[in-house]
Write a protein that binds this ligand. Sequence first.
Ligand code: SIN
Length: 341
Amino acid sequence: MRQPPRPELSRRLLLSGCAAAGVAGLGPVARGASGPRRIRFSHVVSEDTPKGLAALRLQALVAQRSGGRMAVEVYPDAQLYGDDDEFEALRTGAVDLLAPSLSKFGRVGFPEFEVFDLPFLFDNLDEVRRVTQGGFGRRLLDGLHRQGLVGLGFFDNGFKHMSADRPLREVSDFRGLRLRVQSSRVIAAQMRALGARPVPLPFSATREALAQGIVQGTENPLSNFWTQGMHEVQPHLSLTRHGYLGYAVITSERFWSRLPGADQRLLRTALDEAIDFGNRITQTQHDKALASLRAWGRTTIHEPTMAQRASLARAVEPVYAELGRSIGPAWIQDVRRAIHA
Ligand code: SIN
């Protein structure tokens, strides 16, 4: 079962270790006198998820192809940095690679990324890929330069489902519920449209907040739900498939520009392969989590009927108009075009 992350302790230990070794002074592309070039990759989910496994694949590919000259150090489960401080850590050079969920870019100045949070936008992952792997995705990644960031690619976790301390079948079931959300205005508006109260919390605090009743429910893809042990504190899960959760892999221009060209190429190729691997295991990770949840047997799994799903979709439709201005109407128009291209 899941080991609860202890972010503060881990971070303190790591930072004191770095200081003792004089690593902090080595700059963003840290390299010891004879050791490998270290590339620190921090993320907030468990290793046994599409993101966790893709990060490990990247680590293995880089180790193998650089002959040990470069080392990707992976810090999962918010051991190093969490939702609240990982962007700052990247800017200051305390980490080199992140893969935040797309929902977390709005809060730090990229509201156009919240287009992915629009409820019931995508029917399947092929539609998502048309958006992320074409010109639309490229424009989003290019825009990250506004803050000295470099976008290296997108990949999927998958579709989100709702869980709570009660069955969620009809819109009326959401009334008054406190639901943990990521820090996305679109997701918050979606919960309000359902009559619920959105409570933005870091991912690493979610299970505990559910356990203590600070929030009564949440939404996530099943691999996150299972590996965080949320099923232990959520008696009901509804397979609503109401929204998408994916990631952008980012680094800082500072880190990237100091990397020799050959190493940039090596890292980029390895990353493309790791992303491709992550995308290929999305469905199996989902199926594995669902099978584990069914075997666990103590979380009741509800499958909404088509009519129930349609009424949920109708209830959240006003979010498109309400948040259109903040995302940017042109982004919404263009994502729809890209989906149907
Ligand atoms: C993640 O998958 O990186 C975290 C998602 C969340 O915060 O709900």
